[in-house]
Design a protein. Structure first.
Length: 117
């Protein structure tokens, strides 16, 4: 599921596919099973991928639409998985990190300890 989230389009895209104008919305991928199997790597094959995607669809994580030999995979609630705003992320990921240790030659330490250089 994480791979699909990372591969999903971040913005609306349009192109022509076999004479049909396609529009992919944020949270959608346009890909073939074979291409997806290659990207997922060793241990994955088309039958296993179909089973996994069917289970994801059954649990409401995604839906699929077939166009010729390609799939449009729509990740349900994609925005809720990737929609954390940057301010929240920065504030929460940096809370609790240690502050930088002043170096022994920092001006405040030199002045405070009356060190002559």
């Amino acid at each position: 599921m994480v791979t699909l989230l990372l591969m999903a389009s971040k913005e609306e895209k349009q192109w022509e596919y076999y004479g049909r104008l396609l529009t992919i919305q944020p949270g959608q991928l346009f890909i073939s099973y074979n291409s997806l199997v290659q990207l997922l790597g060793k241990g994955m094959h088309v039958a296993k991928l179909r089973l996994v995607l069917r289970k994801f669809a059954l649990f409401g994580f995604l839906s699929e639409e077939t166009i010729n030999d390609m799939k449009i995979i729509t990740i349900t609630n994609w925005e809720s998985y990737v929609g954390i705003n940057e301010d929240w992320t920065t504030r929460h990921l940096t809370t609790g990190l240690p502050r930088p240790v002043p170096t022994l030659t920092s001006p405040s330490l030199i002045k405070r300890n009356n060190i002559h250089m």
